[in-house]
Design a protein around this ligand. Structure first.
Ligand code: C5P
Length: 218
């Protein structure tokens, strides 16, 4: 089978990372989680201890070196050489990431890296603007979504399993707010491009979703 470039976009909690990771493993492709890169910048802003202002975010983003590494134990995320794979999934990072991802200079730097990582093909990249902006020539474009109730409930189980004390109703509110910010921002908003295949995963198992996308690849 030809080595493909697969773009997966969609709102928060739609299962993009889970699906993209399994797909990349099955196909022997590189997995690029672009959300993790905006989370890495957000983490560094919090770590700096400074107020989360546009000026401080831009200063941190300018100097940071973000790197993704596909390993046998999954995708690892590095900021300035530190493995921050787990640190970027905290509610504190999630709270500010949409604000960080809204800023054009931050996006330009990350998009440049993302395109470089995808240069050789055989990649699955997930995010919000992959089909519309980062990889407009992708071979397969998927828009993955699910009802807000299901997305919140999946995220709840994920966070509870990690030991975070979260409320389902709060999570649902946070997800809705993040979707709104991501869809309404000026630079590269979350959008379904006309040629993307809509996959609504409400009520579907992970295996069913993976199989459906593998079928499209074939
Ligand atoms: O995918 P994940 O939920 O980890 O993404 C975190 C945030 O990063 C999103 O809510 C969005 O603000 C931002 N993001 C983005 N563009 C991407 C990927 C993520 O703006 N390509």
């Amino acid at each position: 089978m030809k080595k493909l470039v697969i773009a997966i976009d969609g709102p928060a909690g739609a299962g993009k990372s889970t699906i993209a990771k399994i797909l990349s493993e099955k196909l022997g492709y590189v997995y690029i989680d672009t959300g993790a890169m905006y989370r890495a910048v957000s983490w560094a802003v919090l770590k700096s201890g400074k107020d989360v202002t546009e000026e401080n975010i831009l200063a941190v983003a300018k100097d940071i070196e973000v790197r993704l590494e596909n390993t046998d134990s999954g995708l690892h995320v590095f900021a300035d050489g530190n493995d921050i794979t787990n640190e970027i999934r905290t509610p504190e990072v999630t709270k500010i990431v949409s604000m960080v991802a809204m800023l054009a200079p931050v996006r330009e730097k990350m998009v440049h890296l993302q395109r470089k990582m995808a240069e050789k093909g055989a990649v699955v990249m997930d995010g919000r603007d992959i089909a519309s902006h980062v990889l407009p020539n992708a071979d397969l474009k998927i828009f993955l979504t699910a009802s807000i109730e299901e997305r919140a409930s999946r995220r709840y189980k994920e966070m509870a399993a990690k030991g975070f004390d979260v409320e389902l109703s709060e999570l649902q509110k946070d997800i809705a707010a993040r979707d709104k910010a991501d869809s309404e921002r000026k630079v590269s908003p979350l959008v379904k491009v006309p040629e993307a295949v809509l996959v609504d995963t409400t009520g579907m198992t992970i295996d069913e979703v993976v199989e459906k996308i593998l079928d499209m690849c074939r």
